[in-house]
Structures are given as structure tokens and as C-alpha cells.
Design a protein around this ligand. Structure first.
Ligand code: ADP
Length: 617
């Protein structure tokens, strides 16, 4: 400030006031008609340097006419008003160094020291500021509303400052409350789908290279909020400086999850349809096939290409015990039908199907077509039939066993009679019988005995498991008892029977005893001449049960007989060579099967046999 005669203290106070004023200020010396002081705001307002300003007066900074009046005359009267101690506030027009006219408001007051005629002028820029602010606020409001309606969020990402500014809509899109205090950039990366985090980082670092001429972007990214994925579509532009560096990225974001989900749902449903094992066929309301899935192709043998466009009624269908008209009326009444049908495919092969047909309707409830889901149950039906046959067979077997039991029981009666009368005949005629007749009597007796044995064996066979309950059976003790029973045979043949640590099994004790007995007797009976029988009994623990094995060193059995010997009455040798009824092994097989097991033989003729059987644990 120029030194004047005024008080220094006073001057300094006004200096501070001028310099800290927020508006441009000029000090006018009315005497010389020039501005003697100003603040920085005035320099930038008029786009003039301090020295230049000091050369000028009010007329130089104003157009000739202000509000239609001669500017100089008009201002003079206002200046006078201020000099008189009043405050003059009035609209004015200024022009800056470029000649641009600036509407403003001026406030004039007399400025100390009062011995000089100094006036301070404070300039308030009125360059439509209010209107612009108003218009801006309105347009922002409109934009906000528009964004809200469209669900668009906007953002402004400052690459230099590493800050991301976004609006409330962006907060809402990203699951944030509007007032949440958090760094949006960090937050965004914290909710980004892990897979998208990588490509976004890659893409940004690619875009950030100065030589990359990328000005806009349009991509989709995913965020994960509470385990749910949201799909967001981002569109925006990069602003770069002259060196090509990105300064900012500005743009909008839209939620596209709903569309995405519908699309995904459709893809998922299509995949499901393709992969289900049922044939799924849809038709329009005139029964023209519209879709034909993979399973339908496989089942019927016709491809989707062949079938789409054809009528489904062309497929030959047998509704089994229902007639076509009944099926149709039920379907029309309920909009749904489920039942078994037999249909024919391309190669004329028929199959049994479980079919569900339902009506498809549009949102208004109008019928738009039908969908049939057909499951091939041919195999199940076949298995059902087989089971039925097996059950019938089982019943037949039971019946036969009963007959065998009754018959063998009744057959003993006449045999008793024959045996009794032969004995009487023998007693009465004994002295008179010649050798030949005696031999006949003996032959009759032998035959009767054989018949007895056969009948008894048959009786035993048909009685298996009939009256008993299962118990725990210690097979070790069972064999010890058997050895006592077979003592004579063992001694006569010098047989050696070995076994150790055999298990306790659950089963029918008497039957198990017969099983071991039949196999051991056979092993002794079918021994090689002059070779003492050696029999070994072992048991192997398997997951599904026990596997027993009875090994002998006997004559063995040729391979072709390995299965046949288990059939009833099947024998390989005449009774004279090896006595027997041919029931022993079928008896054994029946007992093993009664216990849920199997029996089989491995044998080498001349070396020996191994009879295996299993018993459930
Ligand atoms: P059977 O012993 O009364 O003849 P099986 O049903 O027990 O009747 O046996 C049928 C046939 O199997 C026997 O006749 C015999 O030829 C043969 N067989 C059975 N066990 C043995 C064995 N351990 N070694 C050789 N052959 C055997």
C-alpha cells in the first residue's frame, strides 16, 4: 500500500482486511481518478497485473454504458454517495483485460484515512452465478432421479489420487449404506468376485500404459455379497493427459443380475433336460413335437431333428388296460395323466414306459402345449415277471417236496408188508427151499432194504428245515460228535480226519450235521483201493461268510460231472461198486442253500476232491 500521511497502525489493519477479503477489492483515489491499491482476487478477476491495475481508473474497467446509462456519470454520483459517508451498493458491469463483460454487484464505502478522498470498491461476481448454480443443482437432481429410476450408478475414479467417488446408487448396487465411512476403492476390491479381481487388475494395468489408446470400456463384473453373486455392467471412459496417462475413469454401472440369472436358469434347465435319464418330450397345443431330449433319442431311436415338427400322436402307443378315450378325458379334466404304456420305437422294438404327461400354460392360463416325461421300465417289468415266475417255482417245489414226503411215507407201508410176508414165507418154507430159491429170497430182502434206504433218504431230503429253528452251532464239536458216530467206518478204512479251530455258525443243527456227514462219508467211501482216506476240513473267513472245504485223497471226479453229481439220484458208479442212493450231494446242496450259501467241487481224478460250501455269517 502506498504510504500516505495516515496513521500506520490504521493502514495495516486495512491492509489485512483487503488481502483477506474473499471478493476482489479496489481502492480508488477519487482525486486522481485511479486505483491506488487492490487485492489478489482483483488481479485474477480483471486478468491484470498489479502494476497495470494501478494505471487504471473506473472508466477503464467498465464499458461506456452500464444499464443503459453513461457509466462515468452514473458512477460519479454513486462515488459521491460513498464519499458522503453512505454505502452504495449497485449492479454494475466490468470488463476484464480480454474485453469480456462481467455483470457484478459493487459495494462502495469511504476508505480511511479520511483526509484523503479514498473509496473501497468490493466486487461481487454475478456472472449468472445464482442461475447457473440453480440450473446445475436442478440438472444434478434430474440426473440423480434419472439414475435412480434406471438403477444406474455413477462413479469418478481419480487415478492420480487413487480415490474412487461414487453416488448413493453405487452404494446401493454394491451393498453399502449411503453414509458408510469406507474407502470405496478398497471396498470394491473386497467384494469383487475373485475371478474378476484378476482380469480387472490386468486390464487396468494394460489400460494404464501411456501408449494404449483405450478411451472407453464396457464390461461385466461380479461382486459377491453374502455368498450371492451380483452381475454388474460397467460403461465408462478414461480421461488421459497429454502424456497419455490416465487421469480419471468416469462412468456408470448397472445391475444385470436378473437377466443373467434368467439366462443361467435357462442354460441350466436346458442342460438338465439334456442329461436326465427320462425321455422328455414337449409339444405345442396341436401335439406337434417342439423338443426331444437326448434320452428320448436313445429310447426311441429317432433323433431330435427327425422328430421336431412331427405329431407325437404318430408314436404307436398301447395304454394297456385303459382305452385311449378314457386316458384323453382324464387328461383333459385334470391337465395331468400318469400311467404305464407300451410304445414302439424306430426299430419296431417295444418298451414298457411309465409316462407322466402335463399341460403347459402361459401366464394368462391358456394352454400352450404338453410335456411328457417317460421312463423306460422295461427291465423292471421283466424283473417283476421273473420274480413272479421264481415265486411260482418256489411254491411248486414246496408242493413237490410235500408230495415226496407223503409218498415216501406211504410207500413204507407196502414195503413193510412185502418184507413181513417174505420173512414169513422164508420161515415156513425154510427147510424146503433149494439154494436157488434161498438166493431169490435174499435178493428180495436186499432190494427191499435198498428201497427202504431210498425212501428214508427221500424222506429226510423233503424234511429239511421243516421243523427246526436256527441256533449257534459249533462246527468243531459237531465234527467231534460225527467222528464218534462214524467210528466203525473210520476204523475199518483207517481213515484220518483232520480239522482245527472251526467256527461257530448260525444254522439248523441237524441239517448241518447231515451236510458234514454226507460229505465225510463220501470222502471215505470214494477212496482209492488200498489207500487209507485222508480228509482235511478247513474254514476260511470271508467278508460275506464262511467258506468250508473238505479235501480228500480219493478217486476224484471227472470235470464233466462236477455239476451233475449234485442232481438228485445222480451217481457215477453202480451200487455194487460203491453203495449209495445218489441223494447225498443233492441233500447237501439243499442244506447249504437253506443257509443262504453255495456248494461246488474241484477235483482231479486219481488225486482227490475238494468240496467247498459257504455259510452266511
Ligand atoms: P451217493 O454217494 O449216494 O452215490 P451222492 O449224491 O452223495 O450219492 O454222490 C453222487 C456221486 O458223486 C457219487 O455216486 C460219486 O460218484 C460222486 N462223489 C461224491 N462224492 C465224491 C468224492 N468225495 N470223491 C469222488 N466221487 C464222489
Amino acid at each position: 500500500m502506498q504510504k500516505g500521511p495516515a496513521d500506520i497502525l490504521q493502514q495495516e489493519r486495512y491492509r489485512v482486511l483487503i488481502d483477506h477479503a474473499t471478493q476482489p477489492m479496489l481502492i480508488l483515489d477519487v482525486e486522481i481518478g485511479k486505483f491506488i491499491d487492490h487485492n489478489h482476487q482483483a488481479e485474477s478477476f480483471f486478468k491484470l497485473s498489479g502494476d497495470q491495475l494501478r494505471e487504471l481508473g473506473p472508466a477503464d474497467l467498465s464499458p461506456a454504458l452500464v444499464a443503459g446509462k453513461n457509466a462515468v456519470l452514473y458512477s460519479d454520483s454513486l462515488i459521491q454517495k460513498a464519499l458522503d459517508g453512505g454505502q452504495a451498493i449497485f449492479p454494475w458491469v466490468h470488463k476484464d483485460s480480454s474485453g469480456r463483460e462481467i455483470p457484478c454487484e459493487i459495494s462502495l464505502v469511504r476508505f480511511p484515512p479520511y483526509e484523503r478522498r479514498l473509496i473501497s470498491a468490493t466486487i461481487i461476481d454475478k456472472t449468472g452465478s445464482q442461475e447457473i448454480k440453480q440450473a446445475l443443482a436442478e440438472s444434478q437432481e434430474r440426473l440423480k432421479l434419472a439414475l435412480e429410476v434406471t438403477g444406474l450408478g455413477t462413479f469418478d475414479w481419480d487415478f492420480q489420487e487413487h480415490t474412487l467417488l461414487w453416488d448413493d446408487q453405487m452404494d446401493a448396487l454394491h451393498g453399502l449404506g449411503p453414509e458408510t465411512e469406507t474407502d470405496r476403492l478398497k471396498y470394491l476390491f473386497s467384494v469383487l468376485h475373485p475371478e474378476d479381481k484378476h482380469w480387472i487388475k490386468d486390464r487396468l494395468s494394460h489400460a494404464a500404459q501411456p501408449n494404449v489408446d483405450l478411451t472407453s470400456f464396457d464390461k461385466e463384473y461380479r461382486i459377491v455379497l453374502q455368498r450371492k453373486t451380483r452381475y454388474l455392467q460397467i460403461n465408462g471412459s478414461f480421461f488421459r493427459n497429454a502424456a497419455g496417462e490416465i487421469l480419471r475413469a468416469v462412468g456408470t454401472v448397472r445391475d444385470v443380475t436378473a437377466g443373467k440369472e434368467t439366462r443361467e436358469q435357462m442354460i441350466y434347465q436346458a442342460a438338465l433336460l439334456k442329461n436326465v435319464s427320462e425321455a422328455v418330450i414337449s409339444t405345442d397345443d396341436l401335439f406337434i413335437i417342439r423338443s426331444w431330449n437326448n434320452a428320448a433319442e436313445k429310447l426311441y431311436g429317432w433323433s431330435a431333428e427327425e422328430m421336431i415338427g412331427r405329431s407325437i400322436l404318430g408314436i404307436e402307443t398301447d395304454y394297456l388296460d385303459q382305452n385311449d378315450a378314457d386316458v384323453l378325458s382324464t387328461f383333459q379334466k385334470d391337465g395331468y395323466w400318469r400311467g404305464e404304456v407300451i410304445q414302439k420305437g424306430k426299430d419296431d422294438r417295444s418298451f414298457h414306459l411309465l409316462s407322466s404327461v402335463s399341460t403347459m400354460r402361459d401366464e394368462a392360463g391358456k394352454e400352450i402345449g404338453y410335456v411328457a416325461v417317460n421312463r423306460d421300465i422295461t427291465k423292471e417289468k421283466e424283473a417283476e415277471k421273473q420274480q413272479l415266475r421264481a415265486r411260482q417255482l418256489e411254491l411248486k417245489n414246496k408242493e413237490l417236496e410235500q408230495v415226496a414226503y407223503v409218498v415216501s411215507h406211504d410207500l413204507q407201508e407196502p414195503l413193510h408188508t412185502v418184507k413181513g410176508f417174505v420173512r414169513l414165507l422164508d420161515q415156513r418154507l425154510h427147510e424146503h427151499l433149494d439154494d436157488r430159491s434161498e438166493e431169490y429170497v435174499e435178493r428180495i430182502n436186499e432190494s427191499v432194504d435198498r428201497m427202504y434206504n431210498l425212501i428214508r433218504a427221500l424222506l429226510d431230503y423233503s424234511r429239511i428245515g421243516l421243523y427246526e429253528k436256527t441256533t449257534e452251532v459249533n462246527t468243531n464239536s459237531l465234527l467231534e460228535d460225527l467222528e464218534v458216530d462214524l467210528e466203525d467206518q473210520i476204523r475199518e478204512t483207517n481213515a484220518l480226519i483232520r480239522y482245527e479251530a472251526l467256527p461257530v455258525v448260525v444254522g439248523y443243527e441237524t441239517e448241518l450235521r447231515v451236510l458234514f456227514q454226507n460229505l465225510i462219508i463220501n470222502a471215505i467211501k470214494f477212496s482209492k483201493p488200498e489207500v487209507a482216506p485222508e480228509i482235511r476240513i478247513t474254514a476260511l473267513s470271508l467278508q460275506e461268510g464262511w467258506e468250508f472245504c473238505i479235501t480228500d485223497n480219493g478217486i476224484g471226479i471227472p470235470g464233466k460231472h462236477h455239476q451233475r453229481i449234485f442232481a438228485i439220484f445222480h451217481r457215477l458208479h453202480p451200487a455194487a461198486q460203491y453203495p449209495g442212493t445218489g441223494i447225498g450231494l443233492s441233500h447237501a446242496q439243499k442244506i447249504v442253500e437253506l443257509h443262504g450259501g453255495k456248494i461246488w467241487v474241484k477235483s482231479i481224478p486219481g488225486v482227490g476232491s475238494q468240496f467247498y460250501f459257504t455259510l452266511a455269517k
